[in-house]
Design a protein around this ligand. Sequence first.
Ligand code: AMP
Length: 395
Amino acid sequence: MPDVLSLSSIDVKGKRVLIRSDLNVPIKDGSVASEQRIIASLPTIEYCLQNGAEVMLMSHLGRPKAGQYAAEFSLLPVAKCLQQKLNTPVHLMQNWLEEEKINVNKGEIALLENVRFNVGETDNDEILGRKMANLCDIFIMDAFGTAHRAHSSTYAVAKYAPLACAGPLLMNELEALEKALSTPKKPLIALVGGAKVSTKLEVLLSLADKVDGLIAGGGIANTFMLANNLPIGKSLCEPELIDTAQKLSAKMHDRGATIPLVEDVVVADSLTENAKATEKEVNQIQEHDCILDLGKKTIDKLCELIHQAGTIVWNGPIGVFEYPQFAKGTERIAKAIANSNAFSIAGGGDTLAAIEKFGVQQDISYISTGGGAFLEFLEGKTLPSVAILQERKNS
Ligand code: AMP
């Protein structure tokens, strides 16, 4: 169990609660384009309403310039969407920092306008955090997606609020991640795909100490192939990280853990929508080839490994899954994870897109709502806004 105060252990009746949600949703033509994050935030809001709290809600949306209102970053479309989903009035509050007390009618919601309009928010300004804290009796941190950022609305407010706790969404994320990484059912298999080793280097290094098997996919697999002296033609890779990839593989082998070798791949002349895909054994790869997916034999072996896993952690596609001729590897891996009996957890923007594309949402044990926060957790870091909740619980 995460060592933070949980909302479920607090009586919120008659209390003024300030919930920090992640309502940073895409907006198109003045409307919410994807409701995913709003829907994920609803149970916490409903819990507070049903238990008689006065509910204030805050979030950021996009990256507005601090100190300057801009309609395109307003939470107005979110307010409309929330009102419809909750079937209760949602009042969007402008200039809410100037209020000493925000009046909320019973059963209704005050949605505080985009926290990033405030100067100091992204600098974790303490005075700003104190002002937020003064509005409430209980601060509820529920925005896992921004839990890796120490901002006034995710950190300083938690420091000064009379009581600071984790909401159910954050709690579920932390529990699922701990279950996968701290107390995993063995063997623990991690799949790290995507374009570049460099963006996931910290993740790979941290996982190398923990996992029983590490499957590299996408452009990351290419760098590992090069580190094993295999030809990769003109595929995407990072030669400056060959040394790191070799050390990481050696560390894994010393621990008796595996990094499966790539045996065959799908190549094309270029990374383009209509490029012709050809399957090749690795020793047939030529200079003009671009590896854009793993081959059938390799995927068969990876699926077998996944089948035997007790726990699976997945971030990043196995190939260029956006184009059908290079999507087979990612599709088969996604389905293998969905069909396995292992506890599986997946996260990251492109991974969620792949999960949706191949329709396996229902069969992954836990899909994380956080991209950056998910990766930082995998890196073994304590997320700042979780750290302050721990500090508050234990002080
Ligand atoms: P990332 O943001 O690092 O997770 O990378 C995701 C992107 O990696 C997706 O858009 C994939 O199309 C791309 N990708 C996957 N495999 C390859 C590959 N072999 N070569 C180039 N890009 C790839």
